[in-house]
Write a protein that binds this ligand. Structure first.
Ligand SMILES: Nc1ncnc2c1ncn2[C@@H]1O[C@H](COP(=O)(O)O)[C@@H](OP(=O)(O)O)[C@H]1O
Ligand SMILES: [Mg+2]
Ligand SMILES: [Mg+2]
Ligand SMILES: [Mg+2]
Length: 354
């Protein structure tokens, strides 16, 4: 029987839940100068930094020995020009750490009233995410706001946290504050937390940790799926997906959504397939963009591979290495999608030669 990671699960869900409350309250108050543009031209907001500080400081208390691979680092906040931003992040993180939430909390994890951290402690918590990754041992990976562009547009984004042991994801949590809990029943409102533990299944909870629902991907005909794909055309090739869809006689339009919310939707039976093929040379996918979604889909009975049909390797560092794309789908349609992807790749190669 596989390990149940019961304490890890409780801590991870509590941390993601607090980070979801933090990010949704930040969104309503976000002002213009609270967003920076990083070296790769992508945006980062006070919400991203504060959520990473919060999650990392909870993990550091609960599991002080575990290294963390986090998306953000505090170098810009340590500069004199970053002081205003830093002050705001410290106050947001402390507010989220100390607020009293009845459920799922534990003083030993450094959360609840009286758990304030100093500026230096919170900046250090962000920088604990600088771990380079490893194929051996335990490590956590945090994407404090996945889909920052979606977050800024008021659309989908996700707070993602996963535990990787010896290169394999063992626990994944994805918090999606803007995702309808039940698309068929709007009265259930928005906000979901997806959780999966290796060998123990996948489930969905509300942001108040109620309504736990086990998740599994229903079987479908390949022609009945609709692809879940990035909103940002620079992140995944829309035209390649269109070609794959036509090879499979898919008639439904693709569903575009930012963040790992796509993996959550797939796991609960929406869409049927996630397809992310590289748009150009050079970009390497980051482990924090896929770790939680990977286990969620696998535990919901699906398959996740690259375009060679190989599983993703979470043990080679902060990235997934050379980019062969990502294909995630239910187990009956995955082989068909993989074959169609390989056919479309062969066509592209032949065209490039001609
Ligand atoms: N050229 C590129 N190709 C693929 N992914 C990219 C990319 N540039 C940025 N990304 C990643 O795409 C993530 C968003 O995924 P999606 O397109 O599914 O919404 C971003 O996460 P962040 O928003 O956390 O930075 C970022 O890490
Ligand atoms: Mg980012
Ligand atoms: Mg991301
Ligand atoms: Mg992010």
């Amino acid at each position: 029987m596989s390990l149940s990671f019961a304490t890890e699960k409780q801590v991870a869900v509590a941390a993601v839940r607090r980070a979801c409350l933090l990010t949704s309250s930040v969104f309503n108050k976000l002002v213009k100068n609270e967003t920076l543009t990083k070296g790769d031209k992508s945006p980062v907001t006070v919400g991203d930094y504060a959520a990473q500080a919060l999650i990392s400081s909870i993990l550091s208390r609960a599991f002080p020995e575990d290294p963390i691979v986090g998306e953000e680092d505090a170098s810009d906040l340590r500069k004199p020009s970053g002081k205003e931003l830093k002050d705001r992040i410290v106050s947001l993180a402390n507010e989220a750490l100390t607020s009293e939430l009845a459920l799922g909390d534990n003083k030993d994890w450094g959360i609840g009233p009286g758990s304030e951290q100093t500026d230096a402690e919170l900046l250090d918590a962000i920088d604990r995410g600088n771990y380079e990754g490893s194929s051996i041992g335990r490590m956590w990976t945090i994407d404090p706001i996945d889909g920052t562009k979606g977050f800024l547009r008021g659309e989908q984004y996700a707070v993602c946290l996963a535990l990787i042991v010896d290169s394999k994801v063992q626990l994944g949590v994805i918090g999606c504050p803007n995702l309808p809990f039940d698309p068929k029943d709007p009265s259930k409102g928005t906000g979901c937390i997806f959780v999966a533990v290796r060998g123990h299944g996948a489930e969905q909870l509300t942001l108040t940790l109620s309504d736990p629902t086990p998740l599994s991907i229903p079987s479908t005909e390949a022609s009945d799926i609709s692809f879940l794909e990035s909103v940002e055309a620079a992140h995944s090739s829309h035209s390649f997906n269109d070609r794959v869809a036509s090879l499979l006689s898919v008639t439904r339009s693709p569903v575009r959504m930012d963040s790992q919310a796509k993996y959550g939707c797939l796991a609960r039976g929406e869409g049927g397939a996630y397809l992310r093929m590289p748009t150009g040379v050079g970009y390497r996918e980051k482990i924090w963009d896929h770790a939680s979604g990977n286990i969620l889909v696998e535990e919901a009975g699906g398959i996740v591979t690259d375009s060679r049909g190989q599983p993703l390797d979470f043990g080679i560092g902060r990235t997934l290495g050379e980019n062969y794309g990502v294909i995630a789908a239910g187990k009956d349609v995955h082989p068909l999608i993989l074959a169609a992807v390989q056919k479309a790749q062969a066509e592209e190669k032949a065209k490039a030669k001609a």
